[in-house]
Design a binder for this molecule. Sequence first.
Ligand code: FPP
Length: 254
Amino acid sequence: MTAKQIIDNTLKTLPSDLDPQKLPRHVAVIMDGNGRWAQRRGLPRIMGHPRGVDALRELVRCCDDWGIQALTVYAFSTENWNRPQQEVNVIMTLIEQFLRWELPELMQRQIHLELVGKLQELPESLKKQMHRSVGSTTENQGMRFTVATNYGGRQEILQVCQALAAEVKQGTLNPEDIDQALFERHLCTVGIGDPDLLIRTSGEMRISNFLLWQLAYSEIYITDTLWPDFDRAQMHRALWEFQKRDRRFGKVKS
Ligand code: FPP
């Protein structure tokens, strides 16, 4: 075996100080800091986004290699339309390229891709690629990888309310029967459950309208690292911190 192969195999293995039984089942990530990463190098802000895609590709591989069952990332929020048009175009193009170019590897790894958010408002060519990529991976039984694009947590909650109100109006649902389980069946995380761990890069202490319902009891890990610099060593650190936490879900320690 070459030195590179030995190193690659080592990186693919869950670090020995992490307990495979105590991994978060579902990890959500707010990939923040692409613009600052570029600006610190004297580059235009948009130059950070392609490096952000590289970091995302590596995170998908890492989560799959280490046995994370579900990964959900925030690619574009409903508020991100307010950025300069050129930056919006770059992000849309990068998402489309990512979905096209990564498809063979997603298939090889048996990764099940999902796209959530108000997808109907996205550019036509992106929608077509989303349809193709999601369609190809529907039978895959491996890690579930969800990309939130044109997503807003408040909007998602409103959509669930509208769907439930429509059922009440039709006479197929009693308002008293609306409980958390029914509500959750209408959320984009149906089938994978709430994130156990939310990672946010670049030091901001905000949830930024991401998965508002689902993050109620998630552990939050914030790192100053800017998203393009987030690598396996950083993920190792995040998982290590997660495993030290005492998750009580509002109860006292038994
Ligand atoms: C935040 O950095 C990042 C975004 C708004 C876009 C995230 C997009 C990617 C990582 C690439 C495309 C996604 C996929 C799924 C291929 P920022 O620009 O807000 O950074 P700043 O806070 O330093 O300005």
